[in-house]
Structures are given as C-alpha cells and as structure tokens.
Design a protein around this ligand. Structure first.
Ligand SMILES: *Cc1c(COP(=O)(O)O)cnc(C)c1O
Length: 360
C-alpha cells in the first residue's frame, strides 16, 4: 500500500515580503484522531493527502528545481503529567537562521521560529493530535518512546532560472514518530562516496546535502548494513559522519571522541548535548580529527547522534572488507548511560539541569 505521510492538522506558515516576515497558522482538514483511526485505508489516504497539499505554494521554484532550501528537525516529547516539551528549540532556531544566511536568503527570526513551532505543537495537542505518554516506555528507558517530530523548512518563491530566494516561505509541519532505527541489524560500513567537501555546504542543514547520503545509505542497506559512514573528501582517512547523524567513538583509553566541527560537519544539537552529558558523567571528551584506522583499533563503543536517531550504537564497522565489532556487539556501557540520560531528560524522567526542555 502507498505510504502516506501523516501530517498533523495545524501547520505553521511564514512569508518574507516587503522586507518583513509575517506568519499564520493553517488548520488543514481533519476529524478527531479517533475518527481518523477508524477510517478505511482509502478514506484515510484521501484525508492525509489533503493535509499534505499546499495549493498556495508554487511547485516550480529554486527549492524544487535546484535544492535551494534548508530545514530543521526537532521533537516535542510527552511527559507523564500530560504536558509537551520541545528539546532545545532555540538551538534549532539559531541553526536555521545560519542555514538561511548560508543560502543567501533573508534569515528567519529566531523568536518567530521558537514561538511558531511551540504554538503549532500546542494547537495540534489541543485537537488531540499528540502521542500519549506510556509508562511502559520507562522500562526501556524510552528507547521506544514516541514523540512529535516538527519539520520547519524554507521554500522559495516561483522561479525557473538560477538565482537566490529573496522572498521565501518558512513552513513547519509535524508528524508523530516512534523509534527511527529498526531493532536488529546495527552494522555500519564505510562508503567511498563523499557527503561534503571543504568549501562546500556540509555545514548547512540544506536539502542539497541529502542526495549523496541517501544513495550511500540505501547502497549500504542493499549489502546488509544499516548505515553508511562517510570519510573526508581529500584523504579518505578521517571519519566525518553517518548518513545524517554525527558520530562518536568511546575509546579504550576512556575518552569520548567526535570529529571537530569544520565546514564539512553538520553542527548537531544532539552532538552538542551529548558532549555536555558526557562531561556531566565525568567522561573526558575530545573534538578532533579521528582516522578510520584509529577508530577501528582503539574504539570500544561507537554511536551516532541526531534528532531522529537519538543515540544509536553500531555493533560493527566494516571497512575495506574487514569487520570490527564494537561493544561486544551490544549497546556499550557508556552509550547506554548517555542514551538513558538524554532520553530521561527529554521525557521528563531525569532532572533537566541544563534547562533544555521548553514546555509548549
Ligand atoms: C540534522 C543532521 C545531524 C543531526 O543534527 P541534530 O541537531 O542532532 O538533529 C547530523 N548530521 C547531518 C548531516 C544532519 O543533517
């Protein structure tokens, strides 16, 4: 059956025109969540298609033709008391602004971003479109917890020639999400493909960066792996990222290492948070270049981080035909501790000492 994206009814939309941003909320067609759940597959498909249809937006433009667009991904988490909490939306707002500047577009104000996202989650929440906190998640430390995924993105004005978007829209849709990586296979493999190169757009969370990683990930999956790991463009020696996540190695000497941010590494908010949490746990951290050889010989645990992935470990890495296991094939001790801490804060089970969560 065709997969229809389940977009929640309330959508945020802002537009830059006459040197200012103005915004609004759009209520797309919907029934109650219970009524929608009872629809036949065909009826449900028809309804969801109207929800993901925006006749007010032009089809032919710089974004759809040339990939001139950027986006964000952030989550709102249900807490036990029924409230919903966004994780570090100010960080996403700041990165989105940088991305738009990187694509030479008028930047979207950070306060509008945070307010717009929170209000969209709140409105959907009021209609009952929200995941319900399940105490059973506590047993697995929220590894299988559900959340609202919010996807704000830029979208250009109508155009067909080469040019910059001068009057973009910013749209934010949201969808329910469960866990990202299917349990089972957590094998990773290095890829010869190049995600980012010095002087390129690797540091921007832009549409154009996703083509190569998707091809690499799907190629890896065909060979029986879950994920592809990118090495640097120039020497093909240093580890960069997973297909859309930052990467960490916990070394045998007790240090947690992640590649330092240059213009080929995306500054992940989960990455930044994990560095803080590791320091809280008394683990020494280093942001530096790490070669694939060092990682394979000195690494004890390996995991990737991202809003969608959370913290996901790899049981092994295959490089040039050799497979090296990590964490005895399971999620290692340090990875587990960091994952529990992060998810605990997100779902309100651990004290939020850094005040990362924003109640909507
Ligand atoms: C979004 C993204 C990440 C993860 O960033 P988070 O802020 O942690 O979600 C990592 N790498 C790439 C290439 C990304 O696009």
């Amino acid at each position: 059956m065709a997969f229809d994206l389940s977009v929640y009814p309330w959508v945020y939309m802002a537009k830059y025109e006459h040197d200012t941003w103005s915004d609004s909320y759009i209520e797309k067609p919907h029934k109650t969540p219970q009524e929608e759940a009872a629809l036949s597959p065909d009826e449900r498909q028809t309804l969801l298609r109207t929800r993901n249809s925006f006749p007010e937006l032009p089809l032919v433009n710089y974004t759809t033709q040339y990939g001139m667009g950027c986006f964000e991904g952030l989550k709102a988490f249900p807490h036990k008391d029924g409230s919903m909490h966004l994780f570090r939306p100010d960080e996403n707002a700041a990165r989105f602004k940088k991305s738009m500047e990187g694509l030479m577009m008028p930047a979207f104000p950070e306060d509008m971003f945070v307010h717009g996202v929170a209000e969209t989650v709140r409105r959907n929440n009021s209609l009952g479109f929200r995941p319900v906190y399940d105490p059973a998640w506590e047993k697995t430390h929220f590894i299988d917890g559900h959340a609202v995924y919010v996807r704000p993105f830029s979208y250009s004005e109508p155009a067909i020639g080469l040019g910059l978007s001068k009057e973009p829209w910013v749209v934010a849709v949201s969808t329910p999400v469960g866990s990202y990586f299917r349990p089972g296979n957590t094998k990773a493999v290095t890829t010869d493909k190049v995600r980012a190169y010095p002087g390129g757009t690797g540091w921007i969370k832009c549409d154009a960066n996703y083509v190569v990683p998707i091809l690499a990930k799907k190629t890896a999956e065909k060979k029986g792996f879950m994920e592809a790991i990118f090495l640097d463009a120039a020497e093909h020696t240093y580890i960069e990222e997973g297909s859309s996540c930052n990467i960490f190695f916990y070394l045998k000497n007790g240090t947690l290492v992640t590649p330092d941010l240059a213009d080929t590494i995306l500054p992940g908010i989960t990455r930044k948070s994990v560095l803080t949490l590791a320091q809280d746990l008394g683990i020494s951290t280093e942001e530096r270049k790490i070669s694939i050889d060092e990682a394979l010989s000195d690494g004890r645990e390996v995991f990737v981080t991202g809003t969608a992935a959370g913290i996901s470990h790899f049981e092994s890495i295959t490089h040039k035909g050799t497979t090296v296991p990590f964490g005895n094939g399971n999620m290692g001790e340090v990875t587990t501790a960091l994952c529990r801490k992060l998810k605990g804060i997100q779902y309100g089970a651990e004290e939020d000492i850094h005040q990362w969560m924003v109640r909507v």
